[in-house]
Design a protein around this ligand. Sequence first.
Ligand code: UD1
Length: 473
Amino acid sequence: MSSYIIEGGQKLEGLVKISGSKNSSLPIIAATILNAGKTTLYNVPHIQDTQMMYKILETLGAKIEKKNGKIKIDTSKIEKFEIPPDLMNKMRSSVILAGALLGRYKKAIFSYPGGCDIGSRPIDLHLKSFEKLGIQVNQNHGNIECNAEKIQGEKIDLDFPSVGATENAILASVLAEGTTIITNAAREPEIIDLQNFLNKMGAKITGAGTDEIQIIGVKRLKDISYNIMPDRIEAGSFLCFAAATKGNIILEDVNATHITPIINKLEEAECKIEINKNKIKIIAPKKLKAIDIKTMPYPGFPTDMQSVFASMLTTAKGTSIIVENIFENRYKYAQELNKMGAKITVEGKSAVIRGTRKLYGADGYGRWRRLYSRWIWWGRREYRSCCGWDRQRWNWVCGDRRRIRLGGVKHLAVNKKIPMRKCVGCGEMKPKKELIRILRTEEEFLVDVTGKKNGRGAYLCPCKACFDLSVKS
Ligand code: UD1
């Protein structure tokens, strides 16, 4: 676990270059399996999920070279079709590998994928799409075995425009016989990026970005190099960081058309936005206006931006209402923001945010990595620590030096691991340097809050209550 200490209350000002899209990179890395050869990728973000994807590919037999931001993937010698459950468990996107393995080898063995704790996240639509293509799907105690004699193009009508199910159906159909038509397909820009990548490889796909995608099966694909599109969620997050801190920043290498709903909402909150080719400038108002948000599949407002906007709106003027329509469990951050003085009430799919003048420092526990990646920014003046931060999944979560270049951020210890220890008095995790180390002999000991005996090596808060405890024991 990593811990970070952040001094908030600083304006964000400066220029930031947006990195490659995580949600585009993951299916494209999986799609390299379809070509029995070498693929070179540029602009892949260096984050835990992409590293995990490389690890799974290597386990299957691929060779991966990473050099100066260039990723070379050689999938000519893949000889395994089973994704180990321990790796499958690490992230949701591992399920996309099934479509690619099926496309090339007509077999894949995998288990239910892991991922962020934001809802039940079933994969029934993925499996139904495979079955439509003539693939046999056998489930046994959570293990899923897929096999096909041949994959035959078919009409797949998705019950919901699931991003992952659309990507899996495309991957399984690229080398199929005949034509596949996916209706009610997801329309996210990442689907267009996947189509562009596969077509450059020699696939015949049309319609990505609309709700009907057509894939004419081809016999083989070829080696290519490809540049991943910019991350629209990262771009939107930086805009919100600037808006929340009354700052003004310029984003570079961003596609403004991908973030239209985000820009519209920021303008509604009275931010000034200027777009110039691949650059976006935001100037925040003195006080943000409260707004209402409903998350929807693209081109609606993205669910991945919901928590970022919620954090930003905690200090807006008036009351904002958020309705989360995609995932059922995406408000876990609210209780942590409330610790910092936010006024968020959650009721089912809705959250009501009553704007408050400012937030203050508090200790927080960031178990829900996507959500907490965001409130690292929202501090006001006081020193605070956040413990339990998960390792970086998203590029902007931590270890992101670009933030430092945005002027005004003082003492943002995002790149530093702060050693944390538990105070045996109150039981809370605190920065080690703030605690007093207890030096006692084996015979003398301190009984902590859990009843455990602590001697030499235990730590105590300097606060009166905890200190008194040490004197008494
Ligand atoms: C992708 C994104 C994620 C984003 C989400 C929604 C990636 C790597 N992740 O996730 O960041 O939050 O889209 O925009 O691209 N569903 C089913 N059955 C299925 C599949 C999905 O019921 O078989 C439901 C889900 O539970 C959820 C909804 O459909 O309620 C949307 O999920 P989906 O679009 O599939 O999201 P992901 O592809 O997992």
